[in-house]
Design a protein around this ligand. Structure first.
Ligand code: ATP
Ligand code: LTN
Length: 332
C-alpha cells in the first residue's frame, strides 16, 4: 500500500505489435480497477532487450505501446503511465533483488526455457534474471494486485517468494503481491496451434490477431483459424481446443456466455461462427484503433505523458528504495 491506497501494477513489453492476447489477457483488465486505487502501467523496455531489438523499432513501439494503453481506456490523468527505463529505480532494485533470487529458482522458469529455445544464439544473463527485474517492478511500488495473463503466474509466484525472503531477513519491507488473472481470456491460444499461446513475437502472422490489424485482415485470420473435427460449436477445451479458443475470444468481445454462444450457433457450422468472431473482434477494436491513430500523430503529447508518468513513478519508487537501502546497510 502507498498513501493508504491499494496499488495495482502491470507491464507490457514493447517487443512487437500487441495481440488480442495482450488485450484480452492484460490491458483490457487494467481498466477494471477503481479510481481509489493507485494504478501504475508500465512499458517494460528493459525487459524487451532480453531479446535482440532493432533500436528504431524499439523506440517506435515504446511510443505505440503507451498510445495503446491510452487508446484502450487508461486515462493518463488517472493512471500512472510510464516507461520503465525512464525510472532508474527499476534497474537499481532489480540488481538488489538478483542477490535475493536463487539460481535454482530462475532455472525453473518455463518462460526462460521457452525463450532459450527460441533464441538459442542469445541466451544472455538478462533473459535468465528477467523475473527478478519483474519482481523489482512490482515490489518497488508496494503493489497489492498485478493483473496478468496465466503465463505470468509463475513469475508472480517468484516475486512473492522474493518479497517474503527479503522481509524474512530484514523485517517488513515489501508488500507481498497477489496476481489478478481473468477467468476468461487468461490464455488466448494461437489461431494456428491451439496448444500454444498467442504471442506477439510469433513469426507466423496467421497465428496472431493484432490489436491494430484492419478489419479485412482480422476476418481473414479468423477464417483461416484451425478448428477441430466435427462441425458443432461447443465449448470443450480438451476435445475442441480450436473452437473453444474462438469461443473464448467471442465471449470476451461480446460478453456472451459459452451457453449463449452454443445456442446462437446451434446447427450453423464453423464457417458462420468464424465470421461472427472476426466481426465481433473488428467491431470491438475499431474505437481503440481510431484513438490510437489520433494519439500517435501527436508525439509531443505522448512525450508529455511519459515525462509526467516517470516523475510520479520516481516519487513513489524513491520511498521504497530508501527503505531498502537502509535495511541492507548501504551508506546514504
Ligand atoms: P512476447 O511474445 O514478446 O514474449 P507476449 O505476447 O507474451 O510477448 P508480454 O509483453 O510478455 O507479451 O505480455 C504482456 C501481458 O499480456 C502479460 O500480462 C501476459 O500475461 C499477457 N499475455 C500475453 N499473451 C497472452 C495470451 N495469449 N493470452 C492472454 N494473455 C496474454
Ligand atoms: N513479464 C511480463 C511483463 C512484465 C510485467 C512486469 C507484468 C514485466 N514487469 C510487472 C506485470 C508486472 C510479461 O508479460 N512477459
Amino acid at each position: 500500500m502507498l498513501d493508504n491506497r491499494k496499488v495495482v501494477f502491470s507491464g507490457v513489453q514493447p517487443s512487437g505489435n500487441l495481440t488480442i492476447g495482450n488485450y484480452l489477457g492484460a490491458i483490457k483488465n487494467f481498466t477494471a480497477f477503481p479510481e481509489e486505487m493507485l494504478r501504475f502501467y508500465c512499458v517494460v523496455d528493459l525487459h524487451a532487450i532480453t531479446v535482440r531489438q532493432v533500436p528504431a523499432e524499439l523506440r517506435r513501439r515504446t511510443y505505440e505501446t503507451l498510445a495503446l494503453y491510452i487508446a484502450c481506456g487508461l486515462d493518463p490523468e488517472k493512471n500512472c503511465l510510464f516507461v520503465q527505463s525512464q525510472v532508474s529505480g527499476h534497474a537499481e532494485l532489480g540488481w538488489i533483488l538478483d542477490c535475493y533470487t536463487m539460481f535454482g529458482e530462475l532455472s525453473r522458469m518455463t518462460q526462460f526455457k521457452d525463450k532459450s529455445q527460441k533464441h538459442a544464439d542469445n541466451i544472455n544473463a538478462g533473459l535468465f534474471t528477467y523475473p527478478s527485474l519483474m519482481a523489482a517492478d512490482i515490489l518497488l511500488y508496494q503493489t497489492d494486485i498485478v493483473p496478468v495473463g496465466i503465463d505470468q503466474k509463475q513469475h508472480l509466484e517468484l516475486a512473492r517468494n522474493i518479497a517474503e525472503r527479503f522481509n524474512g531477513v530484514y523485517g517488513d519491507t515489501f508488500v507481498v503481491p497477489e496476481p489478478y488473472i481473468p477467468e476468461t481470456g487468461m490464455k488466448i491460444a494461437s489461431l494456428q496451434d491451439p496448444a500454444a499461446k498467442m504471442s506477439k513475437s510469433d513469426p507466423n502472422e496467421n497465428a496472431v490477431v493484432r490489436i491494430l490489424d484492419d478489419p479485412d485482415t482480422i476476418l481473414r485470420k479468423f477464417k483461416r483459424a484451425v478448428t477441430d473435427s466435427g462441425s458443432e460449436v461447443r465449448y470443450d477445451p480438451t476435445e475442441k481446443p480450436g473452437v473453444s479458443n474462438l469461443m473464448t475470444i467471442y465471449s470476451c468481445f461480446t460478453g456472451k456466455t459459452f451457453e449463449e454462444i452454443e445456442r446462437e450457433f446451434d446447427g450453423r457450422g464453423y464457417g458462420d461462427f468464424k465470421t461472427a468472431v472476426g466481426e465481433a473482434c473488428a467491431d470491438a477494436l475499431r474505437p481503440v484503433q481510431d484513438e490510437f491513430k489520433r494519439l500517435t500523430a501527436d508525439k509531443a503529447y505522448l512525450e508529455e505523458v511519459m515525462k509526467n508518468g516517470a516523475a510520479a513513478a520516481t516519487h513513489y519508487a524513491r520511498k521504497t528504495l530508501s527503505k531498502v537501502r537502509r535495511k541492507i546497510g548501504f551508506v546514504n
